[in-house]
Design a protein around this ligand. Sequence first.
Ligand code: WTA
Length: 659
Amino acid sequence: MSSSANITYAYLQDNELQFVPPESFRKEAEIKSLDEYRRLYRYSIENPDAFWAEQSGLIDWHRNWKKVYSGNFAEGEHKWFVGGKLNVSYNCVDRHLNTWRKNKAALIWQGERRDDFRVLTYNDLWNKVSRFANVLKKWGVSKGDRVAIYLPMIPELIIAMLACTRIGAIHNVIFAGFSAESLRERILDSGARLVITADGGIRRGAIVPLKDNVDKALEHCPGVHTCIVVRQAHADIDFWTHRDKWWHIEIKAPDIKTDCPPEPMDSEDPLFILYTSGSTGKPKGVLHTTGGYMVYAATTMKYIFDLKDTDTFWCTADSGWITGHSYVAYAPLALGATVVIYEGLCNYPTPDRYWQIIERFKVNIFYTAPTVIRSLMREKEEWVNKHDLSSLRLLGTVGESINPEAWLWYHRVVGKGRCPIVDTYWQTETGGIIISALPGAISAKPGSAAMPFFGVEPVILDSQGNETSENSEGCLAMKRPWPGLMRGVYGAPNRFFETYMSVFPGYYFTGDGARLDKDGYYWLLGRMDDVINVSGHRIGTSEVEGAITEHSDVAEAAVVGYPHVIKGEGIYAYVILKKGVQESEELKNTIRQCVRRVIGPIATPDKIQFTEQLPKTRSGKIMRRILRKIAAGEFEQIGDITTLADSNVVDELIKHRQP
Ligand code: WTA
């Protein structure tokens, strides 16, 4: 073991780099050694009921639960903290009011413009959440109703989510980067009758027309009777007075009281729906329930982020994604942290925007995505170095595996070699982090998400579903449920079982490949299904194909991911045009626009290749493996093509590959 420039590191037997938690961090950490982690992990696996019963104490219950767990996991059924009653907004807000945290900053919001910022104390948050919950009631929302939220990263987004939980309404947050069509699809599928939006978002100084998108979406959503609009961008919008209401007027209306008693919810009452992409064309509404989700989110926050009461926590994720549900809103607020939220981009107007914010608000824990790190490390280090980042004590990443080069830069340049990094692996479905280092106990190996969280039991399965031993590679599955695991797919009772539990009977299959090394570290190897991970966002290839074929000149499309330096994966589309249509760059642009219109800018293909044919088997199935290899330029590894109906297509595709 050796040490230089405050960086403690050790080489393992096979010369692998490993970062040991710094002594100063370890001393203060919740879990202080690998042995301590192992002991508690073993306990959580051998005595799950006792372990989770203890953790449930992180949450306040209106009525105590009677049983920790019941269910039949093999059939996809699992219930937690059965018989308990609780309220999420009470846990995230009210319970702090009787403590010194009453006037502590709960949310610090930074807008894209430097002068736009707001601080809300826990007391302010209570006031706004309660009043807005009464606004929702006034417009007919009651327990069990679905509410769609389509907002930029502004405090109203968190307030709206919490207000829903206060009255037992089920929120469905739709990322503000999604198009009107995606929005419509999600509103209809969830059966929402009230939508919350803003007059616009702000991106690179320009206005994102959120309200216009809502207007378009609602043309086809007859069930929606009310739309509440936050005045944010001061944009010029259409306002339909029978349906649209201003947030700032509603919340101050004379008939709106501040008092709104939190509705005691059953542990298994739905908390929220969040749509995510899978292998099929239609996004799934992942359903999380109240008790298990809250206990799991809070427990992971306590151990993985090692949260202290004095911490200012900044997770850069948008609350349109699961990370922004669990680690912007619910977990940090339940534990009484100060949470930073930021509306803008990491590099606008200058590439030091994030570092400025860390310095300005003295952020202690910073949680972001590898794609952000890769894009910022391309800039001169001075952009980082001109800011005082000495408040930082812990760094985290999420969304995809982090390449060691980016890890080392993050550690050295941002963390100055002092801050442990937790690479956290999880999914919309898992509710919270399921594989990660514990920062004071488990050494980090750059590129590995490290070890399972308490109560989580991963296995690596071979293609036949046999469990394999260490140092093996295969399909990552989970052998038992944990409180944060999703309960179902909204509106499709069998889809949870069919999608996740039937591939390998008895196991929850993540859809990811992984390798377990001899030290018990998991190395994630990417999706094994037709999902592309673009900048840490899940995009279903079939959704993009569906969007491309909406273009009137397109006959057929096949979409794959390919390695992209910044985004992790880029989107590569092979497109067959209708007979007689001329290929042109202009046409490629209109196809891109079509995808932006149907799904949203995040799904825009990076590369489009026109082709006459796609590689298909004799039974007509597209061989995506071949398309992926060609897109990646790995021609040597194309492999067996004898099952193709016409093997000449491969040479043709290679010849016209887009560089
Ligand atoms: C990928 C995001 C490697 C993975 C929280 C997973 C990761 C998908 C990591 C879920 C990580 C997320 N290392 N891969 N640390 N974190 N992933 O639902 O493929 O948006 O299945 O949830 O992201 O994406 P989702």
